[in-house]
Structure formats: structure tokens, C-alpha cells
Ligand binder design. Sequence first.
Ligand code: ADP
Length: 394
Amino acid sequence: MTDAIVVLNAGSSSLKFSVFAVEDGEINLRLRGQLEGLFTSPKFVGKTADGKVLGEHAWPEGHQLGHEGAMAHLTAFLDAHTEGLEIKAIGHRVVHGGVEFAEPVRLDPATLKRLEAFVPLAPLHQPNNLLPIRLLLESGTKATQVACFDTAFHRDQPLIAQMYALPHEMTAAGIRRYGFHGLSYEFIASVMAQHDERAAKGRTVVFHLGNGASMCAVENGRSVATTMGFTAVDGLPMGTRCGSVDPGVLLYLMDQRGMDARAIEKLIYHRSGLLGMSGISSDCRALEESDERNAKLALDHFCYRAARELASLAATMGGVDAVVFTAGIGENSPTVRAKILEQAAWLGIDLDVEANNCRGFAKISTAASKVNAWVIPTNEELMIARHAWRVVHG
Ligand code: ADP
């Protein structure tokens, strides 16, 4: 039997999974897939690592499969397609580890309870992340479950970077910057030396630009500052999230438009960002293809804000040796990368236009550039698998 690791990423309406085999000390992807539309029109697809479909299923419109139904379907799929594999570890993506968890942790009922205490910090994500953990603990699974946190990579940041200028008592009570996308940044930090040894030991700014978007200053492999804060709505504009806004705007909306917390939550998480600015779509591709003035303005503002944050993060490290683009937009949009880096020429970044336009090219700066620019695909699932395996095997 070959040891295997299952990685689960449970969102509000989807459950993504990967299965990795541990072969000669290497962690290799074997299967992946997802269940989506858990409460609307559920769909399942399971594939091999090279994309061959092994299983597909669609439930009727309106069927409420939910997370429990999804876990049951996934368990049956895994039973049927993991012959020769023994699942030793199950790694879960968990959005919040609070101040307490700076490392992945082995899960038992007591630890799960501690993680439930962070639900008020991430009410839209944490409960979904924890549900499969509880179901698997109740099912008496033999595999060791491990929680890997989006916040953990940032816990080493100096206090000065983690605090807000609020009364000290509030910082002590956990009202502080946590930062997110940590598993993505940690993965990039872990492969940086393969691409750019100088930057791996030096100062890098990573752009994680997907539906959710943030940036991180990484010095000698460690996070020193990041754009997201107490919640994942802070920092850059995103697909539907506004990023940083003057808190005075929110007070104004409460006073003058009678908006309550739920209405503001909807506004800042679901109706803003690229969608709100353009009035067209939250999808970067759709905006790039549109001739509408507001589509262009939305993308220009997105890039302007990213370029401003680059300067801010570089300042925390006293300079920058490399920048890295990753995630859906960062990996796939030459337009966005060029728009950001053209505004960063003053930092000594000289974009190689041809390399930038050539998909899959790792280095997108010229040989003369003082700061190297890279496109490096992220792999949060592999990061979780590595962590889970380390927790199980020391
Ligand atoms: P999530 O945060 O949901 O994981 P992703 O990392 O998958 O998001 O990124 C999704 C975003 O990537 C969308 O805005 C999508 O338009 C964008 N994207 C994907 N492919 C391209 C492309 N070829 N050109 C421009 N944008 C792209």
C-alpha cells in the first residue's frame, strides 16, 4: 500500500479535494476535483492528476446536497478510486487560526472547539471549513486530520505590523491584522530559491491576485507585512470586495442611508470591487474583453492600488529584490501585470514585454532590471499536503 494524503477545501457552496500519494518521499498529485453548487444545483467532478475525468454527477436543480451530502458522495468516490492507497492524513484549509495558531495543528475534538472560537472572526468562511472536520471526527476516521491556516504564515510578523492604532486593550483582545492567503505565500516562499536565490534570501513582494486578492512582503522566507487585515476584505480591491475604504464611509452609510451591519457586509463583500466599479462583472477576463469605460476604469484602479501597495510593502523591507505574480489573475493576465509593473519602473523594474505576453514564462523582467519579476503558479493544496504529512510523520 502507498501512503496518501487527502486535502479538503470547504467553502460556503463548494468542496474541493485533492489526493496525493507519498512516493519515495515525494508528494505527488493523484486525484482532484470538486463538488459545487451544494445548495443550488450540485455538481461533482473527480479527475486524475492529468485531467482525465473519473467520475461526474449532477443533481437536479434546487437539490440541497449540503456539506454532509457532499462528504458522503466524496467518501464513496474515494473508496472507489484509491485502490492501493492508504489515506494516512487529511489536511484541511482553515481560514482562521487566531493569534494562537502559527503552525498547522493535529485535530481532535478539543482542538476543533478552539477553532470554533474563531467563527466570529471569519463568520462567512470558518464554519464551512470546520464542518468536514467535525463530520470526519464523528465518523471515526483512522486518518490523522490536520488544520492548515490562511493566517498562520503571518504570525511571525513584528507586532508593529500586526497592530492597529486602536486602544491597546483592543489589540490585546485580538482586534488586529491577521492577514490571509498565507498558504499561497508560504508555497511561493518555499519554491523561491529554485527561481531566484538572491530574492529567496532577500526581499520579495508577492502579488496573490485572484477573486480574492492580497499582497505580502516576504523577507528571507518570512512574512513581514501584508495587505489584508482583521478580515479578508481589507487591502486591494477584489472581484466583489472593496479592499481598504475610509471607515468614515461606513459610518456615513449607516447614518445617512440607514444601512445596518448586514447591509454593509453585503456591500463590502459582494457588491464592490471589480464588480461594483465596472457594473459589469467581477471577472477580470470579462473586463479585459469589454469596451465599456467603467470596465477599463475598474481594471486601471485595481492596478493603481496594487502598484501603490507595492511601494508600501517595499518600504517595510527597505527595498525589494523581486516581485512574484500568482493566482488566477496574477498567473494569467499579462495586461494586469504590465499595468502594475509600468507603474513600478521607478523601483528599478524593467518589464520584458515579450516574456510577459508569453504564457507560462517564469521570468518577466529584462536582464537589465534591478528587480526581478516572476510569474510562479501557486499550489496551496500541495502546501497543505506537505504540512499534513509533516504533522503525521514528524
Ligand atoms: P480564487 O480567489 O477564487 O481562487 P482564482 O485564483 O481562480 O480565484 O482567480 C480568478 C480570477 O482569475 C478571475 O478574475 C479570472 O477572470 C482571472 N483569470 C483567470 N484566467 C485569466 C486570464 N486568462 N486572463 C485574465 N484573467 C484571468
